[in-house]
Design a protein around this ligand. Structure first.
Ligand SMILES: C[S@@+](CC[C@H](N)C(=O)[O-])C[C@H]1O[C@@H](n2cnc3c(N)ncnc32)[C@H](O)[C@@H]1O
Length: 241
């Protein structure tokens, strides 16, 4: 099931690109510092890539799913984009200053992926992983998360469970950044559709979850028209020794 979920995103690539949240610039800056040659690993449709470009760095994108890659190339045609996986990165040894994984580190197979990440990083470079999670300290968000759990699993793949550990990486540091996404009931339902635990659920169950979410959101006083979805960007960084 893990492999099915890891490969589930391409079927919804355009919806993913339109409806998943972006990344807060300050989190990305905190991860990469002043490093300039950056590999975006598991780049998907380029959400994190776009933020990296805003910071003026040179980005190479590596992504195994052809539909996600096609969407990235359509949106960001000037970014060098390669077919590849974290366990076999198509770059030379010590060729980048930073490797970042946005919402993707939990899908990598370790220790193979960390051996590859530390191979392509120069000493003094950084590995960073970022996750955008619903801020479930907010009561209505917590209820929505509970209502949209599926028989397949849960949505949040948080860093507590996915800290990078490798002989060639220093201790990981962690930091949270407040973030948000402006949504309507319709666009929130489209966002939910792209999460793997919902995407790979049996069709009838998926329809039921999305209908339940729509009903719940429609009944919230704050959700008439446009509302703010509270998010947390959880970031970790570890220096290549
Ligand atoms: C949730 S999406 C995140 C995409 C993008 N980084 C973002 O922030 O929107 C996870 C991505 O990881 C990719 N992926 C899954 N397994 C991978 C692996 N072993 N190596 C590299 N990428 C992988 C998927 O194809 C998918 O595009």
């Amino acid at each position: 099931m893990r492999a099915t979920r890891a490969g589930s995103f391409g079927a919804n690539a355009a919806t993913y690109a339109e409806h998943r949240p972006d990344y807060p610039a300050e989190a990305v800056e905190w991860v990469i510092g002043d490093r300039t040659r950056v590999l975006d690993l598991g780049a998907g449709t380029g959400k994190l890539t776009e933020r990296l470009l805003d910071l003026g760095v040179d980005v190479t994108a590596v992504e195994p799913d052809p539909q996600m890659r096609a969407e990235l190339t359509r949106r960001l045609p000037d970014v060098p984009t390669m077919d590849g996986r974290a366990e076999r990165i198509p770059l030379r040894d010590a060729s980048v200053d930073a490797v970042v994984a946005g919402q993707s580190f939990h899908w990598f197979n370790n220790p193979e992926a960390l051996a590859e990440i530390t191979r392509v990083l120069r000493p003094g470079g950084v590995f960073g992983a970022l996750w955008i999670a619903d801020d479930d300290r907010v009561p209505w968000v917590r209820t929505l998360v509970e209502l949209t759990a599926s028989s397949v699993g849960d949505p949040a793949r948080r860093r507590e469970r996915h800290v990078p550990e490798h002989d060639l990486l220093g201790d990981a540091e962690a930091k949270d950044f407040k973030h948000q996404q402006v949504r309507t009931v319709d666009s929130m339902v489209e966002s939910l559709r792209t999460y793997s635990h919902i995407a790979v659920a049996p069709e009838a169950e998926r329809a039921e979850i999305l209908a339940r979410a729509r009903e719940y959101l429609s009944g919230l006083p704050d959700s008439r028209g446009v509302f703010v979805r509270p998010l947390i960007c959880e970031a970790i960084r570890a220096i290549r020794i």
